[in-house]
Ligand binder design. Sequence first.
Ligand SMILES: N[C@@H](CCC(=O)N[C@@H](CS)C(=O)NCC(=O)O)C(=O)O
Length: 243
Amino acid sequence: MRQLYYSWYSICSEKVLMCLFEKDLPFEGCHVDLFDFDQVKDDYLSVNLDGMVPTLVDGGRSIPESTIINEYLEDVAPQPSLRPRDPLRCAEMRGWVHRFQDIVFPAVGLLSQVAFIADELNRRWPPNELEALIRRKVNEERVARQLRAVQGALTAEEISLAAGRIERVLDEAERLLGDGRDWLVGAYSLADVAAAPNLYRLDIIGQDEAVACRPAVQAWYRRMTTRSAFLRTYEFSPSVRRV
Ligand SMILES: N[C@@H](CCC(=O)N[C@@H](CS)C(=O)NCC(=O)O)C(=O)O
């Protein structure tokens, strides 16, 4: 049985859960509580050297990185297909996965720090202990960002830059979806799977105006939320609603 190490308020984990549910693949979920810093405990670092979720373990071997995991799942379980066969469409799909993973996700992550993550960490830990735990993270940039977040030191300028990056990608999606297609690259694909958890998070943290003011993106998101894989993802992993 495959194991998925995930956290229930992690966009990247939700992306993989959605793919597993689309393909109806059985798996065992292993929860990694990021507020308790499970990700930097030795047990988990032996599964994922970077101390990040998600990680899929298949046949005893670890596969990190949500985009790589979803491509792997597509390779081992090609039906239903979430990757266009046409090479050009497939390149377009990967382009959208990249935009949502490398531009939108870090920006939504920063807005999430401001909206609830920093407050929850400060509620759970005394300042000195919290700082020591944050410093255990493997990635130095994440250490610096989270230290500033819990100290309330993220600037209005970087918050506005993050919002601008999200808007830019959503503008591009609005143009594309405005031609009447249902999904980002025509047929439903890994691009839609990569996008959806970011929009769900924007909704939860009260930034839904970015979607509401773009009718084609909003209609796409509504279609997305009626899919059984979407519903199963948030039943399995209730995201920030329980924080
Ligand atoms: N590129 C990675 C990013 C994974 C990532 O950023 N995971 C976050 C949760 S969504 C995490 O593990 N954060 C823990 C930390 O920063 O210590 C992927 O796509 O899987």
